[in-house]
Ligand binder design. Structure first.
Ligand SMILES: Cc1cc2nc3c(=O)[nH]c(=O)nc-3n(C[C@H](O)[C@H](O)[C@H](O)COP(=O)(O)O)c2cc1C
Length: 269
């Protein structure tokens, strides 16, 4: 299965079949997680947590007692780095047939943070359950998916632009970037807001965040986690398609709306 297939197949899994995460799967995930790097070079510590032992719960998750969580220092770009790295783990889990759901809000956060032994200068942005998807979703899960229109995404030409924000990019015009941008389009995001916008300027692919109200506290912006997920999907898929893309941060200075800000770029060699 290609990575793009895995990306297409992934969905948030909130209803699990009750089987405990097998030892070998737990080991594979942890071994993979500790090796995951991110474009910002920031260190993240991962742990698998037993919900019963630590009193962890999420009102939206049923049928598994295993969670994965990550913690890191609260520094500049922590959100994007975390988004990028955690999504790599999510996709790896998916490739093993293990279900996940990004969770930033619907959990007893204090208990998770205690279990992760969060220090003063650290942050635990999100957690995810790990387990085997049940055949049928719970009613609550079905309702939640409807509530955020979890099965739909913006169209390609609403998200991607050609040379400036005034000129939408069609799939046909995207050429060899088509798959990598499609992987961005289908990514998961908090409340399915899909804040990513991309301006392709020749061989430079510039990522922007179109911010929704209520996700940025000033020192922490949840939607930058979504941006890290978008960067991850783009880079991995571009590389799978044989493209040589190199990450950098250098604002090209395109004019943007007040609610939009530059995040990072890839250069296509
Ligand atoms: C950063 C982030 C935070 C999220 N937080 C939650 C959460 O607290 N609870 C929840 O049920 N889903 C959460 N989600 C899952 C999204 O609702 C889900 O990814 C989105 O609706 C798209 O659905 P899909 O993942 O099935 O494609 C979060 C997703 C992201 C990326």
């Amino acid at each position: 299965m290609t990575l793009l297939d895995t990306i297409r197949k992934r969905r948030s899994v909130r209803t699990f079949d009750g089987e405990k995460l097998r030892e070998e799967d737990a080991r594979k995930i942890l071994e993979y997680a500790v090796k995951v790097e991110n474009p910002y070079g920031l260190e993240i510590t991962w742990k698998l947590l037993d919900a019963v032992r630590y009193g962890l719960s999420s009102p939206v998750i049923v049928g598994t007692d295993t969670f994965i969580a990550g913690k890191m220092r609260r520094v500049s770009h922590a959100e994007e780095a975390f988004g990028y790295a955690f999504e790599k783990i999510v996709l790896f889990a998916e490739s093993l047939g293990i279900g996940t759901t990004w969770i930033a809000g619907t959990m007893n956060r204090a208990a998770f943070e205690r279990a992760m032994e969060i220090a003063e200068d650290e942050v635990m942005p999100c957690v995810s359950p790990l387990g085997y998807p049940a055949k049928k979703m719970s009613l609550r899960e079905t309702m939640m998916r409807k509530g955020v229109k979890a099965d739909s995404r913006f169209d390609f030409d609403e998200l991607f632009f050609d040379g400036s924000f005034d000129s939408p990019l069609s799939e046909e015009k995207a050429g060899r970037l088509k798959e990598a941008l499609e992987a961005v389009r289908t990514a998961p995001s908090a409340v399915n807001k899909q804040p990513w916008r991309v301006v392709v300027d020749g061989n430079r692919i510039n990522f922007y965040e179109k911010r929704s109200k209520g996700y940025d506290t000033g020192d922490w912006d949840m939607q930058k986690i979504d941006m890290g997920i978008a960067l991850c999907h783009f880079e991995l898929t571009a590389k799978e398609c044989g493209l040589d893309v190199v990450f950098d941060i250098s604002d090209p200075g395109f004019s943007v709306g007040d609610d939009t800000r530059y995040i990072a770029s890839y250069n296509l060699k």
